[in-house]
Design a protein around this ligand. Structure first.
Ligand code: FES
Length: 150
């Protein structure tokens, strides 16, 4: 996975979910202490080769453990997760399981693969196999108002 995959996001934003939602393809997550998965989000802007997420429009990122997800044009998804209360406390990771590529889903404070049960921490580290590599992460920068990935 590379920056090229993230560039694929740009075209994906005009893809199926954008059509369905009338917005960029995004899904809001829920806080880590709620055993649930992501839901559609808003406030994504393309800035050059990067994607910028408006924090005011994505309240899930206001809590540690909260997440938003972005569907990529290649069929995979990226999650942006609030991993700490620090200004720059965000992680962006591809949700393709590193075992065989099935998309992991958020369950409480973990990401779980429905195929063979691999489990990853909120930030994408392997908690339980068969996957033996962390989820792929993307560069993240953050301000008080936005999170930018890519
Ligand atoms: S594809 Fe995820 S555990 Fe096998």
């Amino acid at each position: 996975m590379s920056e090229l995959d993230l560039e694929g996001v740009k075209s994906a934003h005009i893809g199926r979910r954008a059509v369905l939602c009338g917005a960029v393809a995004i899904a809001l997550g829920v806080s880590a202490d709620i055993a649930s998965a992501s839901v559609p989000a808003v406030g994504i802007k393309q800035v050059g080769k990067k994607l910028q997420i408006d924090l005011a429009k994505n309240k899930a990122l206001g809590k540690v453990g909260g997440a938003v997800t972005i569907d990529l044009s290649n069929g995979t998804s990226v999650a942006i997760v609030r991993t700490s209360a620090a200004l720059k406390g965000f992680t962006a990771m591809n949700l393709s399981c590193t075992h065989q590529g099935v998309t992991v889903v958020q369950q409480g404070s973990t990401w779980v693969c429905p195929a063979h049960g691999s489990t990853f921490s909120t930030a994408g580290k392997v908690v339980r196999g068969p996957a033996n590599q962390a989820l792929f992460t993307y560069p993240v920068t953050a301000t008080a108002k936005t999170v930018t990935i890519g």
